[in-house]
Design a protein around this ligand. Structure first.
Ligand code: SF4
Length: 187
């Protein structure tokens, strides 16, 4: 995980990273949440210090000011809940002022997609092989009437006026065509 991701995900987990007046990194949150994030924070401490002090690159997609956020969850007293997107990123106090009486929480970042979900998505998106349509002959179809002239080997007709009957090869006794209306009969 990058320092930027650590900053964003820790914040979504209720852990605030900030610099004290002496420029030291302070981690605030519940004991359990802080314990969860301390290993990552220690692993990225130099980069986090750079981001928070403004001497490093701002995390991509995250507000440069850690007191602000792009996304908030608003829970008014009527029981509904909705997401608020703020551009530029807003502080909690600004959002609370917009929605007086509502509970305002940071909207958690989307959890990383689990590998098995990726596999499921890949399986769903994998193209379904198109079955090769079966070829039939009009001669073996109950809708076909043979040529009444000569020995019957000429062009017959389709009593169902099936769409396929207007295509090349249809209505000839032995012409092979694709026809959904084919009604098989024993020759
Ligand atoms: S066109 Fe289709 S429905 Fe019509 S006679 Fe031929 S196979 Fe049967």
């Amino acid at each position: 995980m990058t320092a930027a991701a650590t900053l964003a995900r820790a914040r979504a987990d209720g852990v605030t990273l900030a610099l004290d007046p002496a420029g030291k990194l302070k981690v605030r949150g519940t004991d359990a949440a802080v314990a969860r994030w301390l290993p990552e924070v220690r692993a990225h401490k130099p980069a986090l210090l750079a981001i928070l002090s403004g001497t490093g690159p701002a995390p991509a997609g995250e507000p440069a000011d850690p007191a602000t956020n792009w996304r908030w969850l608003i829970s008014p007293a009527d029981g509904c809940r909705f997401s608020l997107s703020s551009t530029p990123p807003a502080t909690r106090a600004e959002v609370e002022a917009l929605h007086p009486g509502a509970l305002v929480d940071l909207e958690p970042s989307p959890a990383p997609v689990a590998p098995h979900h990726l596999e499921q998505a890949a399986a769903i998106l994998e193209p379904v092989p198109t079955p090769t349509p079966a070829l039939v002959t009009c001669r073996t179809c109950g809708h076909w009437r043979r040529d009444q002239v000569g020995d019957g080997s000429g062009l017959g007709r389709c009593l169902a006026s099936a769409p396929a009957s207007f295509k090349p090869g249809s209505c000839w006794p032995r012409g092979e065509i694709v026809c959904r209306e084919h009604q098989g009969v024993t020759e």
